[in-house]
Design a protein around this ligand. Structure first.
Ligand SMILES: Nc1nc2c(ncn2[C@@H]2O[C@H](COP(=O)(O)OP(=O)(O)OP(=O)(O)O)[C@@H](O)[C@H]2O)c(=O)[nH]1
Length: 732
């Protein structure tokens, strides 16, 4: 690693940061804030593009490169060693009077939780594509995630310098895979077959960058007929598309005497509207590595992406009192845990007391900062619309909703409940912000000696607080600590972090597949429990059914029987009792009867509940667990295995070898398509057949093929494979 270069870069950040203390130097004009994320498939160029943005904004004076391991946002040792992003990184900088709070996210599927956390607090996003690859497997995943959070986005097609770059086929793949019409705003400017700049379709200008400055020159018909004609035609296509998408713009076109007289500002305004509504996707292009296209991309962020004020602020019920959502936590050696907050309403003041709505507790915050990746600039206060970092919070975890005080939170909740019958909205506001993906791999972890046991527990608890997709459990029967995560790389990085950051050489057991169980039949049961405390008898009776489902259709596993006989008995269940029942269900479904793994795809229906005076919630929970465990045994369970979706990119020569190998892995081939000079195989295969697949693929194709995979679904297997799974799990 080029250490001196990195040192210079950091000094440069710190020097600029020192001039930058008070919050009122920051943009409190909410219209001029852009909270944006950069999303893409692995290696599309997110970190390289972010590094250029920091450079052009004046935040750094030397551009780092991913292959030199000296970029600002890939600051973790593991990121620098491997040249991939693992943790999302937030940076704040200014561009043309606007404040960008930008989050660079990882592209690897194992770190998808980082993307999910980021998306839950963003206003808009840039999706980057590799110009030679178009829409790739992970692009589809992040696009779907962004759809779920209704995030306006634009696409930046990077790597236009590559010989096999193809802007048109990228646009076609966006339209085909996402059903979103594309609005192409730039064309590549070629000289002797080389990509040297861009043509701005709106202004009919040539944009030719140097490292220091971007030169804009108007295209002149007589001097550059070919480019001028291409730009004019592309502008007509753009105007036509906007006419189809926006009635006001259509009226403007009808009343104009010529398309040429439509003002660029009118086109821009319409583009903003359409992007905000997500009716179409603006497309820009460039080569971040060759420093082409990044400044116009930053201009496009200002022009077409939304500010915090433009979106529908679902938290407006908090009015001017504080409302913020925690979306990321890191552990800083000096400052301790740092919680990243998106502030939706009010102001966060350094050292203020906060009420954590999710955890129902009050905490004291410490210092307040603005983030520049792993550098932090202390500030006194931060206004709504912004992203801030807070130290000192001990209880808050990712996804928690924060307010000023319990009464202000209650006032906001009362207001929403009285003004809407929409329970989903209430849940979106006051529930936890992010969806935590299910881990598909697990392994045991042991300290090198008993002396390290406490330290390892501490390290795991910090890592778990940072990363909700990492699950740490202690198995009471075996005394083992078990780590569950998203993939081989995820768990490998955790082990490496424990070694490098906590200096513990922990031992990981063999990787195991996270199988699940599902009830084979529907069963009902009623149970009565009685406990004597002194002379008092405490009674509880529950009647439940368990019903198998093809997937977990409902958000809640528990459903109340709505029949007339049950309704009166269940009408007045106290909130705390309901929580106790849910807790009892959770415990029972954590360990299935056959191989002790999680029970999924099941619905539990509560028919009856009778509780004697003074019966504790713990007793209710225990009775529900006991009843369900009995029912699961009676119903019998089927074992389910995780099935992965794979996309393999290969040369023509290796295709038959790869297909033959996939045949031995119980894979179903979905498609084989041509991409450039190579081919893409899409298929599904059980995860148990894919352990160490990256090494195998590298070996059988001499390193010419690459692949990405993501979880598809849990599926039942044949009796023979079920036996094998049982043997594997018992051997663990
Ligand atoms: N030819 C070419 N290579 C590029 C360009 N932009 C980035 N790269 C290279 O592509 C590789 C991946 O770039 P990154 O910026 O790390 O990509 P990323 O999307 O951040 O990667 P992950 O975060 O690990 O998913 C690096 O080797 C870059 O130098 C480009 O415009 N042209």
């Amino acid at each position: 690693m080029n250490i001196s270069k990195r040192m210079k870069q950091l000094m440069c950040i710190s020097k600029r940061s020192r001039n930058f203390c008070s919050s009122n130097q920051w943009n409190n004009d909410i219209n001029k804030i852009r909270n944006i994320g950069i999303l893409a498939h692995i290696d599309a160029g997110k970190t390289t593009t972010t590094e250029r943005m920091l450079y052009y904004s004046g935040k750094i004076h030397h551009m780092g490169e991913v292959h030199h391991g000296n970029t600002v946002t890939d600051y973790m040792t593991q990121e620098r060693e491997r040249g991939i992003t693992i943790k999302s990184a937030a940076v704040t900088f200014k561009w043309k009077g606007h404040q960008f709070n930008l989050i660079d996210t990882p592209g690897h599927i194992d770190f998808t939780m980082e993307v999910e956390e980021t998306l839950s607090v963003l206003d808009s996003a840039i999706v980057i594509l590799d110009a030679s690859a178009g829409v790739e497997a992970q692009t589809v995943t992040v696009w779907r995630q962004a759809d779920r959070y209704k995030i306006p986005r634009l696409v930046y097609i990077n790597k236009m310098d590559r010989a096999d770059a193809n802007l048109e086929s990228c646009c076609t793949s966006i339209e085909k895979k996402f059903g979103s019409p594309t609005l192409c705003l730039q064309l590549p400017l070629m000289e002797n077959g080389k990509f040297v700049g861009l043509i701005d379709i709106l202004t009919l200008e040539k944009l030719v960058p140097s490292k220091e400055k971007l030169t804009r020159t108007l295209l002149i018909e007589q001097e550059d007929l070919r480019n001028w004609t291409a730009a004019k035609n592309a502008r007509s296509v753009l105007v036509d598309r906007l006419t189809d998408l926006d009635d006001n713009f259509a009226n403007l076109v009808i009343s104009a005497d010529s398309i040429d007289h439509i003002q660029t500002t009118e086109i821009s305004k319409t583009l903003w509207k359409i992007t905000a509504k997500q009716d179409a996707t603006p497309v820009l292009c460039g080569s971040s590595y060759k420093n082409i296209g990044v400044e116009p991309l930053m201009d496009a962020v200002i022009l077409y992406l939304t500010s915090p004020k433009d979106g529908n602020n679902i938290y407006s019920c908090f009015k001017n009192s504080l409302c913020a959502r925690a979306f990321k936590i890191i552990h800083d050696k000096q400052r301790g845990p740092l919680v990243f907050l998106r502030i939706y309403c009010g102001e966060f003041k350094q050292g203020q007391k906060i009420y954590n709505i999710t955890k129902d507790c009050t905490e004291h915050s410490g210092r307040l900062y603005i983030a520049y990746a792993d550098e932090f600039q202390e500030i006194g206060s931060m206004q709504n619309g912004n992203i801030a970092v807070v130290s000192g919070l001990k209880v808050t975890t990712v996804g928690d909703l924060i307010s000023q005080s319990a009464p202000s939170a209650q006032r906001a909740k009362d207001e929403v409940i009285s003004s809407t019958k929409d329970n989903e909205l209430v849940d979106r506001i006051f529930g936890t912000g992010t969806k935590i993906p299910e881990p598909v791999f697990f392994c045991s972890i042991e300290p090198p000696s008993l002396a390290y046991e406490k330290q390892l527990d501490q390290a795991l608890s910090e890592l778990q607080r940072e990363d909700p997709s990492l699950k740490v459990t202690h198995e009471p029967e075996t005394g083992q600590t078990v780590l569950a995560g998203m993939g081989e790389l995820h768990l490998e990085i955790i082990k490496d972090r424990i070694l490098k950051e906590y200096k513990i050489n922990a031992e990981l057991g063999a990787l195991q597949i996270a199988y699940c169980e599902t009830p084979t039949n529907s069963v009902s049961h009623e149970i009565t429990n009685e406990v004597r405390v002194g002379s008092t008898k405490h009674l509880v009776t529950v009647s439940l059914s368990i019903v198998p489902k093809s997937v977990d259709e409902e958000k809640e596993v528990l459903k109340l029987d709505r029949s007339s006989e049950a309704a009166s008995n269940l009408a007045n269940i106290h909130h705390r009792t309901l929580q106790a029942i849910k807790q009892g269900i959770k415990v029972a479904l954590t360990h299935g009867p056959r191989i002790n793994c999680k029970v999924i795809n099941a619905q539990v229906v509560l028919h009856k509940l009778e509780i004697g005076r003074g019966t504790s919630e713990t007793m209710v929970s225990a009775t529900v667990t006991q009843c369900l465990q009995k029912m699961l045994k009676e119903a019998g369970t089927t074992i389910l295995e995780p099935i992965m979706f794979l996309e393999i990119v290969s040369t023509e020569e290796s295709i038959s070898t790869i297909l033959a190998d996939l045949g031995r892995r119980r894979a179903s081939i979905l498609n084989v398509t041509v991409r450039g000079i190579g081919k893409i195989i899409t298929c599904e295969a059980p995860l148990s057949e894919l352990l160490g697949y990256s090494t195998v693929l590298r070996t059988i194709t001499s390193g010419t093929a690459s692949f990405s995979m993501e979880f598809s679904e849990y599926r039942a297997m044949s009796a023979v494979n079920e036996m094998k799974a049982i043997e594997n799990v018992r051997g663990f």
